[in-house]
Design a protein around this ligand. Structure first.
Ligand code: 3Y8
Ligand code: NAP
Length: 249
């Protein structure tokens, strides 16, 4: 009997959830609970951490999960490492729905850095106007360069004052569009963009807008993950599951 746990939080995870629901699969969708009102999914949904690897192992066993699908964001490395470990410990079938990193094309002015510290270091010393499109969790890292004006984009309104002396937040949940991102950056006279190389379509707009405006992008590389079975489309994951259900796993 196939029972699936889908670790979500991305556009691709939502597409897979739709395919699983349409196929009548017995599946549970999982959010971390990072945002106040995550988008509803067409599957029974659980919200919140599991409690590290031990908590996830307990959940997999208690819920009778036979297949664990990691469709989290490439920067959700902690969750992905835990999922690999828990699948190994329990023998639950595992795959990741992975989206390839973005690759620069003609006209792109991208500066690749290894991590958040590298992104801070890559900003100029002279005051600039920076579109910090990396969410909320790492904004405080940029307090090391307070001379810049920062435009933040957050999913939820900040609870308290922003940890930067000269910052303004727009509240929006993607997916975003190139036209809207181009207008946003022009209106705010942005000179630099900082972004994670998240891949996928849902966050790509700002990069295309940056190229149109001739702006440099500081792009943070995806964290490295242990080797794992990956697919790059919901279709391939469904085929993998289909074989499993054909064999009556
Ligand atoms: C809680 C679920 C869907 C999923 C949509 C994708 C696209 C829009 C682009 C910018 C970049 C950023 C951020 C971003 C994008 C999609 C996808 C994606 C980037 C939601 C969601 C959850 C989160 C968590 C949130 C993080 C933050 C990162 C904002 C829902 C909307 C910046 C990543 O306030 C916080 O603490 C936010 C935290 C992790 C990164 C950070 O460090 O702050 N995503 N994003 C998920 C959960 O609880 O499990 O609320 O509906 C999902 C989506 N965000 O179903 O269509 O697939 O990438 N998410 C980045 O790429 O840098 C925004 O502004 O241009
Ligand atoms: P993370 O740093 O890798 O994970 C930290 C902890 O959050 C995990 O150990 C786990 O807690 C919990 N967690 C993460 N994802 C979970 C999920 N889908 N279901 C249940 N628990 C989860 O994760 P993150 O980068 O904060 O990402 C959190 C969520 O936002 C994920 O769903 C991810 O797909 C989504 N997201 C993240 C980004 C990003 O830039 N990081 C971008 C877009 C979407 P326990 O150890 O207690 O189990």
């Amino acid at each position: 009997m196939t029972r699936i746990l889908l670790l979500g939080g991305t556009t691709e995870a939502s597409a897979l959830a739709r395919a699983l629901a349409d196929s009548g699969a017995d599946a549970v969708f999982s959010y971390a609970g990072r945002t106040k009102a995550p988008m509803a999914q067409p599957l029974p949904t659980r919200v919140g951490g599991f409690g590290g690897v031990p908590g996830l192992v307990r959940y997999l066993r208690a819920a009778g999960i036979t297949h664990l699908i990691d469709a989290t964001h490439p920067f959700a490395a902690g969750m992905s490492r835990n999922a690999i470990a828990a699948a190994g410990e329990t023998g639950v079938a595992y795959c990741a729905l992975e989206r390839p990193a973005w690759v620069a094309g003609p006209g792109d002015d991208w500066h690749h850095v290894a991590d958040m510290a590298g992104a801070v270091a890559a900003l100029p010393d002279d005051p600039a106007r920076v579109f910090l499109a990396i969410g909320k969790q790492h904004v405080a890292d940029f307090a090391a360069k307070p001379q810049h004006h920062y435009l933040l984009r957050l999913v939820d309104a900040p609870d308290g004052p922003l940890p930067l002396p000269d910052a303004q937040a727009v509240i929006a949940r993607g997916p975003f569009t190139t036209d809207a991102d181009r207008a946003l950056m022009a209106d705010h006279r942005i000179t630099h963009i900082v972004a994670k190389n998240g891949g996928g379509a849902g966050a790509r707009a700002k990069l295309d807008a940056a190229r149109d405006l001739g702006l440099p992008v500081i792009l943070i590389d995806q964290p490295a993950l242990p080797p794992r079975r990956t697919f790059d489309s919901a279709k391939d994951v469904m085929r993998w599951l289909g074989h499993a259900t054909d064999r009556g796993v």
